[in-house]
Design a protein around this ligand. Sequence first.
Ligand code: GLP
Length: 247
Amino acid sequence: MEVVIASNTDEMAARAAGIVESFLGSAVSPVLGLATGASVQPLYRELVRRHREGSFSFAATRAFLLDEYVGLHPHHPQLYRNVVRAELTGQVDLRPTRLCSPDVHAADLEEECARYDRRVRRARIGLQILGIGRNGHLAFNEPGSAFDSRTRVVRLTATTRADNACFFDSPDEVPRRAVTQGLDTIMETGHLMVIASGAAKAAAVLSALRGPVTETLPASILQMHPRVTLILDRQAAKAVVDSAGPG
Ligand code: GLP
């Protein structure tokens, strides 16, 4: 795993944006996986800024969402499709039809998960942007998720609902269920770029990087992927740095 420790948010965003920019420049029809959350917001701001400066285009790109809440109104601002549109895809030259996400309002949600999973597999995501949960979740694969899991409906843990409450008017508004790409689905991506910032992520980052590979810490599966870049700020990297010992 390649580990990048940045000294501040701007540097994290710049390093991550550099990886996205070179990926978009290196493929004829790039397929990009998008995450949501506080950790990726500075990256999306930086990508919008660079795009406006004319440094690159998203016109040939197709984007796939990693996960999505179940139970929100289609126009709810926290529906991840709407979040990603507001923060990134609606501000660059990526046509709305090229942003793919599971239809969480489908009548048969299980069938929709299977359909979305097939779509993601066929598309072959080249670069997947990811965050990591305080409890070691990846996307909405909560602790205990099977390593061979595929896209499905999941129940969110109290920790995740509490962590995401800051995006809603009240904690009760945070949905209890979501659709998430499975761990096995995510592992099929060519390159995984994981972004984590803040002291609250330090323990999960250490376990993901150096702990046992176990389904109780979903992010530990990253150790089995051939191409992972972990972009951390100093706070998120602290436990990893301390565990390396002096020198
Ligand atoms: C959320 C999302 C994940 C995200 C992670 C970290 O619950 N479902 O896709 O990457 O948890 O979020 P944040 O960056 O806000 O800490």
